[in-house]
Design a protein around this ligand. Structure first.
Ligand code: OAD
Length: 241
């Protein structure tokens, strides 16, 4: 009997999926967006870290604490169910997130690609080693690998830096039969360019968001509403429940 080829569903998530868990998004039009209130050039760039590491640490310490206090919502849980459901029938979910929180993992997702890094990891600017780190980080902390003091930074991709796992992401996308973007404004590249790459390969595309994103016209299908409602309904449809 001929083997059935594995089907890959590619899902890209952004800050909107964690909004109903109480974590702020970046670009809401009012003052609720993180980057509407705070200047990213002073908090999320290598230059900011070089000139005022304490301010950068304070910003990420708050975000790390907020993420630890947050709970996954129905949208995170639905994607964990999607992964389990697809795997059970011999297919795969490629879950790529721009989010630095761990709510996908805590909802039960087993394979998550964090293209913008993770709040719960630090990297040594001296020896480049990455370590798990769940408490506050400061300029006096010592690298557990090379023992340098003050060399640890959040393992987060800052403006001007290259996102992580790009070749893995491209290979997974190119093998996919469906591309879905959830809770992302489509304004930060290269993540925002994945939909046009999918379109160029004739892969069907779907946007699930509160409102049309910056690149909404690139999607074949759109589902608008809060992720805690739209994502479970979409997952149920895909799994044929
Ligand atoms: P944005 O803040 O740019 O966009 C969030 C999107 O989520 C918007 O389109 C909202 O309409 C939508 N949204 C808000 N609440 C929602 C809800 N309850 N349900 C569904 N959608 C909702 O966040 P991202 O696109 O993730 O990078 O931002 C991309 C990157 O910009 C982030 O990863 C971050 C930031 O600078 C780094 O930190 C490296």
């Amino acid at each position: 009997m001929a083997e059935r080829p594995t089907k890959i569903v590619f899902v890209l998530t952004g800050a909107g999926i964690s909004a109903e868990s109480g974590l702020g998004t970046f670009r809401e039009p009012d003052q609720t967006g993180l980057w509407s209130r705070l200047d990213p050039s002073k908090l999320a760039t290598p230059e900011a870290f070089a000139s005022d590491p304490a301010a950068v640490h304070a910003f990420y310490n708050t975000r790390r604490r907020d993420a630890a206090a947050a709970q996954p919502n129905a949208a995170h849980r639905a994607l964990a169910e999607l992964e389990a459901g697809l795997t059970a029938r011999g297919d795969l979910l490629a879950l790529v997130t721009q989010n630095v929180d761990d709510l996908h993992e805590r909802a039960g997702s087993r394979q998550v690609v964090h293209m913008h890094g993770e709040l719960n990891k630090v990297r040594c600017t001296g020896c480049s080693q990455v370590q798990a780190w769940t408490t506050d980080l400061g300029t006096d902390d010592i690298c557990p690998v090379c023992a340098r003091r003050g060399s640890l930074r959040p393992d987060i991709v800052w403006f001007g830096e290259t996102p992580m796992h790009l070749s893995l992401i491209t290979r997974a996308l190119e093998a996919s039969m469906l591309f879905v973007a959830i809770g992302t404004s489509g304004s930060v590249y290269p993540a925002a360019g994945l939909v046009s790459h999918a379109r160029a390969l004739a892969i069907p595309t779907c946007e699930i968001n509160l409102a049309p994103s910056d690149n909404a016209e690139e999607f074949d299908e759109a589902l608008y509403g809060p992720a805690s409602e739209t994502v479970p309904a979409w997952v149920a449809r895909l799994l044929g429940h």
